[in-house]
Design a protein around this ligand. Structure first.
Ligand code: COA
Length: 167
């Protein structure tokens, strides 16, 4: 049993992310959810907000045994530098559709080139969540659509309370 990191921008953390985390946990002794930044995205939430929301979700949704094996951290550098300095060699990522594959394939390849000891473990997204994404959630928030089915309750409450613009 090894430690793994589950990296992402998690802007915000969705039910899709939670599903991947829950299904990965039996295969690793500890999973560190690493809130990182992607040059492809301008985030809505600060790293501290994302970390805090994920912690609230874990506290609400995971049984105590599972909670003791998950940590949340943020990281502003390269993923491989975090992995090297913490002596972790497994990365967990979720795959939704074929459209995710090319980006994930390139990222896994680059990480492997930068740190040959690393392996990326891909989990297929649950069938009922394949259309969920952080961008869709933000789009629904902006246009007053109902996104309550796609994010855990602490994320929904925070977004509605903080960002929901008046109609
Ligand atoms: N179900 C539903 N949706 C899912 C999902 C699942 N199981 N898994 C991922 N998604 C969605 C997310 O909601 C998100 O949607 P969005 O594109 O609309 O925002 C998208 O798929 C992927 O986002 P996320 O899982 O948060 O990861 P990311 O692709 O934003 O993360 C990093 C990229 C942070 C891991 C990457 O940029 C990184 O490693 N950065 C650190 C710097 C570095 O080392 N860069 C070099 C990498 S080679």
């Amino acid at each position: 049993m090894k430690k793994a990191i589950y990296p992402g921008s998690f802007d915000p953390f969705t039910n899709g992310h939670l599903d991947i985390l829950e299904r990965s946990l039996p295969f690793f002794s500890e999973i560190i959810i690493l809130v990182a930044s992607s040059s492809r995205k301008t985030p809505l939430l600060s790293p501290a907000q994302r970390v805090s929301l994920i912690q609230q979700v874990l506290a609400k949704h995971l049984p105590p045994e599972a909670q003791s094996r998950v940590r949340v951290e943020s990281w502003s550098g390269l993923l491989v530098d975090y992995l090297r300095s913490h002596q972790i060699s497994a990365i967990v990522r979720g795959l939704r559709a074929a459209s995710d594959f090319e980006y994930e394939f390139m990222m896994a390849g680059m990480n492997k080139r930068l740190y040959p000891g690393v392996e990326t473990w891909f989990m297929m997204t649950a069938e009922h969540l394949f259309f969920v994404s952080s961008s869709m959630v933000k789009e629904l928030l902006l246009h007053h659509g109902d996104f309550s089915a796609y994010v855990p309750p602490p994320v929904y409450e925070f977004l509605m309370h903080t960002y929901s613009p008046s109609p």
